[in-house]
Design a protein around this ligand. Structure first.
Ligand code: NCD
Length: 306
């Protein structure tokens, strides 16, 4: 087993499949009245969050607690980070406290890689800048597999703000490792040439959503990340949704069995219409539930739980 999960590229097909299979066993637990396993009793998991998060933070906390680990939640707001303490000094503090695993979300791409040099425990990337978010990709893959029965040969469209999306990057890496065929779709400004060139080795690139939908098993909508945009990437929100938003009319272009995904948080009415988000084809709430099982599996396997 690998020690750290910093990138979806850390996972070969066998390791990724082991995580998904272990997550399925963990999911069986969530149906029980007592949802706890003693697997990580006496181990310490630190959640180190330098960036806002709802789902990911709660999900890692629930996962660690269900495995009986001691959980320390650290958020940069209200800590010595506001006094200018560096990531390195914070890492040395965690090291002194004997953290067995550190789950980190950070606005700087690559922060988890640096952190792994400074702590002895396992490092799990919970989202670093615009770079990667490997556990999101794992929970997405888990959701596709449980809804559609397989990943090999599955046609997945990842749509929208690809440029700023760590979710897209990790999904491209993981899904192609597991045999899916990925197409990234969005306006040229949000899939600029260098991004398209970097992705071209592994995926198709398209600027025409209507053309891609009829041949997709999965459509994954991405949030338009206005907080990361210094320039204007499209004329208006209305124009964006007209070309790249998934509304009911567009959803009908999908094959009967296809599912609609979104990692959350959503801009309802922009990249996804509320009726689509709440439709039976949408797996958005299921993705959140699966996130806990997948993160339990990751912590369990990285920490060598028995
Ligand atoms: C994503 C993230 O933070 O990278 N959300 C998540 O983890 N569920 C996607 C986003 O912010 O749009």
């Amino acid at each position: 087993m690998i020690k750290h999960l910093r990138s979806a590229a850390d996972l070969d097909a066998a390791t990724a499949t082991l995580i998904l299979d272990t997550a399925a066993e963990m999911a069986a637990l969530s149906g029980r009245e007592v949802k706890k396993l003693p697997a990580l009793r006496g181990r310490t998991v630190v959640n180190l969050f330098y960036e806002d998060s709802t789902r990911t933070r709660i999900s890692f906390e629930a996962a660690a607690k269900r495995l009986s680990a001691d959980v320390i939640n650290f958020s940069a707001k209200g800590s010595s980070v506001s006094k200018g303490e560096s990531l390195k000094d914070t890492a040395l503090t965690l090291q002194a406290m004997g953290a067995d695993a550190v789950v980190i979300r950070h606005p700087a791409s690559g922060a988890p890689h640096r952190l792994a040099e400074w702590v002895d425990g396992s490092v799990v990337n919970a989202g670093d800048g615009t770079h990667e978010h490997p556990t999101q990709a794992l929970l997405d893959a888990y959701t596709m597999r449980s809804r559609l029965g397989r990943l090999d040969g599955l046609k997945v469209a990842i749509v929208g703000d690809v440029l700023h999306s760590r979710v897209a990057r990790s999904n491209v890496l993981l899904l192609t490792t597991l045999g899916a065929q990925v197409t990234v779709v969005g306006p040229p400004t949000l899939i600029p040439l260098d991004t398209a060139a970097a992705l071209a080795e592994k995926t198709q690139v398209s600027y025409d959503l209507d053309a891609v939908l009829p041949d997709s098993d999965v459509v994954m909508m991405l949030r338009v990340q206005t907080e990361r945009m210094q320039d204007s990437y499209f004329p208006s929100a209305r124009e964006y949704s007209r070309r790249y938003g998934l509304d009911m009319r567009r959803m009908r272009r999908l094959p009967e069995h296809a599912i609609v995904m979104h990692p959350g948080p959503m801009n309802r009415g922009m990249e996804i219409a509320p009726e689509v988000a709440d439709s039976p084809r949408s797996t958005i709430v299921e993705q959140v539930a699966n996130g806990v099982s997948v993160r339990m599996a990751v912590l369990y396997l990285l920490l060598g739980g028995k």
